[in-house]
Design a protein around this ligand. Structure first.
Ligand code: XMP
Length: 326
């Protein structure tokens, strides 16, 4: 576990057979490293932390304590899925912290994107620390570090690493997937029996919907964003785009325009569709969503989501537009 370099002889994990062999080997290693001690894990519900959780549950069961912090900026249904899969199905030792009010109160009136990111990242660490302090006898901290994180640790990702934990947590690290690439983590996740939708989840920024609810976050606009985003995901699922598009979401800016509904003036926010393809997130192209799908999404969002009166489609590649709006 101490070596941070992937041996050249290490075969790429592409099949269930290879994944099962990896899992068996890791289960042994984890048991040898941890013994009868307890391990703490910040479980965001993202691919990497979910796979690490499933692996540790298999290896050490209730000696793993998972903490899921809901910062109120999750996509619709995601915290619920964490509770369902880990709390109920895998019977994990799961601590669920609904910190929505804490985060949204701190973010009230804050419009500047980097300040929003700092507040969300800082508060995340605080909440996690508080939960850790309530627990006794934890000697290890598990992390979903993957190989690209090690390779790029001083690059772009460091700046984005909002959900990162401080270096000074006095616990030894358990990082069972740190030599794996993302596609391998997914194969391992499926071999561990995690739901397909969880294992193939899109990348989701640490600050979550906080970087998609543009400007100062207001609860009603955040809720509108979450609902519109859920409709986009549903329609992408229905037409098969969910399997092929790298990242897709809605952003909602903090201004309204005039519209009309039931013969009355109806002011609302626009919902902006972003759907991009990329290999490394450094540059990105636009997915050409069929017009019929766009019409359906527009129709559903404007009829079903309170407060949204227009749907826009962002056609800008990166560069010049970044993937996120903030
Ligand atoms: P940009 O917007 O820089 O995004 O083109 C590139 C990729 O990074 C993600 N992203 C973030 N991830 N914290 C994260 O963990 C952040 O603050 C953050 N900002 C952007 C973005 O979703 C895209 O995949």
């Amino acid at each position: 576990m101490q070596n941070n370099l992937r041996p050249e002889s290490m075969e790429r994990i592409t099949t269930k057979v290879l994944a099962d062999a990896f899992i068996e080997e890791q289960v042994k290693e984890i048991r040898a490293q941890v013994g009868d001690k307890k391990v703490l894990l910040a479980l965001s519900g993202g691919v990497d932390s979910s796979v690490v959780a499933a692996l540790l549950i298999k290896a050490i069961g209730k000696q793993l304590v998972c903490v899921h912090v809901n910062h109120g900026l999750m996509r619709k249904g995601e915290s619920e899925q964490v509770i369902e899969v880990f709390g109920k199905e895998l019977e994990a030792n799961l601590i669920y912290v609904d910190a929505t009010d804490r985060f949204l109160d701190l973010l009230r009136g804050v419009a500047e994107p980097e300040r929003k990111r700092k507040i969300i990242g800082g508060e995340f660490i605080k909440v996690f620390d508080e939960e850790a302090a309530k627990l006794e006898g934890i000697d290890f901290l598990a992390q979903g570090t993957i190989y690209p994180d090690i390779l790029e640790s001083d690059g772009v990702k460091a700046h984005h690493n909002v959900g990162g934990l401080p270096d000074d947590m006095a616990m030894e690290l358990v990082e069972p997937v740190k030599l794996l690439y993302k596609d391998e983590v997914r194969v391992v996740g499926e071999a561990l029996g995690l739901p397909h939708a969880m294992v193939y989840r899109q990348p989701f920024p640490g600050p979550g919907l906080g970087v998609r609810c543009l400007g100062a976050i207001e609860r009603d606009r955040l809720n509108a964003l979450r609902e519109a985003d859920a409709i986009l995901r549903e329609e992408f699922d229905n037409c098969g785009l969910a399997e092929s598009v790298w990242q897709y979401f809605i952003a909602v800016p903090d201004f309204k325009s005039v519209g009309v509904r039931d013969d009355k003036r109806y002011e609302g926010w626009p919902a902006i569709i972003r759907a991009v393809n990329t290999t490394d997130a450094m540059s990105a192209t636009i997915e050409e969503i069929p017009y019929a799908v766009l019409h359906k999404i527009c129709d559903r969002i404007t009829h079903e989501v309170e407060g949204i009166n227009r749907v826009l489609y962002d056609l800008t590649p990166k560069p010049i537009g970044t993937i996120e709006w903030e």
